[in-house]
Design a protein around this ligand. Structure first.
Ligand code: ADP
Ligand code: MG
Length: 319
């Protein structure tokens, strides 16, 4: 490790100071020492973002920092878990302090919002790549597993779908990118409060990262069930409605990806409880279909005709 990298780690350490009492030893030793609360399961998730594959190379460092943590926190939200700690593995072509400062600004802002401590990581020279691991807690009996959907469950989704994919489409077309859509692409909001409140109430959950149809497909495979989606019931933002209509909008919403909303299933009897939870956490939830017997994920338009997307999942960004 060069002196530059040592300086960088020191910079990170100073900015990552935490008041969490369960961090017995944070950045600076060979490893972190962390206290897991009794009776809770440790929940761990990792996601990597590579320049040119998962984000445009010209993404602002602060946006990248935010997003690298947000996509991981979104995984914890979809388990019904509360986040506590994270580690950060940074690979960079040059040890550029200004870049790291910008990155940390976005990363640590989101971390502070959820009281997540940065407790370690790795800093190396190489192609720009960011890998984050988050750790959290959940009562294992209440965790929201993909395999828990049952025939007859309602299918729900939080927030709105299609905004991030719409921004990426505008970017690809060299069109003017709507600010509200771009914000959703660059700064996704992990639905942590919702996920935690749904633990023990909802059955299965997944966060929507690769496109609703693809991600719901994972739930169906894991649960051994099928699903019927109402594609015209998918929640859309005003910005999406203003810029996209008809089949283009349906496609962005059902197959776009990068939404980081939570898709979950729950028995009909839980409808009132779910409406109350949504009100309490201040996030809209929408019923978008039903779990059925079988293995197929199908979608229907408002006239009851089956609707087919051109592709079921998100095409990874390519420069
Ligand atoms: P080692 O050679 O033992 O892996 P490092 O020099 O890689 O040690 O790391 C020293 C300390 O700094 C460790 O506690 C490590 O977790 C932390 N660290 C290194 N890089 C980062 C980073 N990007 N973010 C947070 N902590 C980091
Ligand atoms: Mg190391």
């Amino acid at each position: 490790m060069s002196a530059d990298e040592f300086d960088l780690i020191d910079r990170i350490r100073r900015r990552a100071a935490t008041t969490r009492s369960d961090v017995l030893l944070g950045i600076g030793d060979d490893a972190a020492l962390l206290q897991v609360p009794a009776g809770q399961a440790l929940v761990v998730a990792t996601d990597t973002l590579n320049a040119g594959v998962h984000f445009p190379v010209d993404t602002a460092p602060a946006d990248l920092g935010w997003k690298a943590l947000a996509v991981n926190l979104s995984d914890l939200a979809a388990m019904g878990a509360a986040p506590a700690w994270c580690t950060l593995s940074l690979s960079m072509p040059d040890a550029e302090p200004a870049w790291v400062d910008g990155f940390l600004e976005g990363f640590l802002r989101l971390a502070a919002m959820h009281d997540v401590a940065l407790v370690g990581g790795d800093t190396t020279r190489g192609p720009l790549s960011v890998s984050v691991t988050v750790h959290g807690f959940v009562d294992p009996a209440r965790a929201l597993r993909r395999a828990a959907a049952r025939d007859g469950d309602d299918i729900w989704v939080s927030g709105t779908l299609g905004d991030a994919a719409a921004a990426l489409e505008q970017w690809r077309a060299n069109a003017l990118i709507d600010d509200a859509l771009r914000e959703r692409l660059d700064r996704p909001t992990p639905r942590l409060a919702l996920g935690r409140a749904l633990a023990g109430v909802a059955r299965a959950a997944i966060d929507v990262s690769d496109g609703l149809l693809a991600d719901l497909g994972h739930v169906c495979v894991a649960s051994g069930v099928g699903a019927e989606l109402e594609v015209d019931a998918l929640p859309a933002s005003d910005a999406l409605r203003a810029g996209f209509g008809g089949d283009a909008r349906r496609h962005l919403q059902a197959a776009g990806g990068d939404d980081y909303e939570v898709c979950f299933t729950a028995p009909e009897a839980a409808r009132d409880a779910i409406a109350t939870i949504a009100r309490n956490v201040g996030i809209a939830v929408t019923r978008i279909g039903r779990i059925v017997d079988g293995q197929r994920v199908s979608a229907f338009d408002a006239d009851g005709n089956e609707w087919h997307p051109a592709s079921a999942g998100w095409r990874h960004f390519s420069a």
